[in-house]
Design a protein around this ligand. Structure first.
Ligand code: PNS
Length: 162
């Protein structure tokens, strides 16, 4: 069974990585697919996010990384994926995630959404929190893979420091 793990991953966090690693144990192949989220203003361009995810998942054999601009279900059809994987951190995630799962199911009945509970230690973590910490000069190493922390600091140095 092929699973896709769609998201904006701007940037990938250790919480996302946790879902990728655990998803990889459940499914034959997991394709992490970076999609634009029209409701969010991006920090990193999509090819950069793909490169970041590829680097920090390179040790995992059944994980692929890709990008797509279009509906998630159209990508899933292309890849013949039967499962859409998403992480649930806290109760407040549930409403939006359930809405997305139902919408995707209406758009294409050939795929099931499977939720994994994010590991406790990352239940507070989001890409937005990471960006906010970095913008105010905080350290992000505890929250993102090492290569991503390097990119975040480079971005901050380029655009925010004189
Ligand atoms: O990491 P995010 O931002 O919560 O991911 C949201 C994402 C990218 C999975 C969602 O916005 C999405 O599926 N975008 C593609 C467009 C689409 O298929 N929309 C219909 C599903 S609601």
């Amino acid at each position: 069974m092929i699973a896709i793990y769609p998201g904006s991953f701007d940037p990938i966090t250790l919480g996302h990585l946790d879902i990728i690693q655990r998803g990889g144990k459940l499914f034959e192949r997991v394709i992490v697919v970076v999609l634009p989220n029209p409701n969010k203003q991006p920090l990193f361009p999509i090819p950069k996010r793909v490169a970041q995810i590829r680097e920090c998942t390179s040790h995992l054999t059944n994980i692929e990384v890709d990008s797509f601009s279009g509906l998630t279900v159209e990508y899933a059809k292309l890849k013949r994926a039967g499962v859409l994987l998403r992480g649930l951190r806290v109760l407040s995630d549930f409403e939006g995630e359930l809405q997305m799962a139902h919408t995707n199911k209406m758009l294409w009945d050939g795929m099931e959404t499977v939720f994994l509970a994010t590991s406790n230690e990352y239940s507070f973590l989001s890409s937005s929190v990471v960006k906010e910490i970095a913008m105010f000069g905080g350290s992000v190493e505890l929250f993102v893979p090492e290569n991503v922390a390097v990119d975040i600091y480079a971005y901050i140095n380029k655009y925010f420091k004189k």
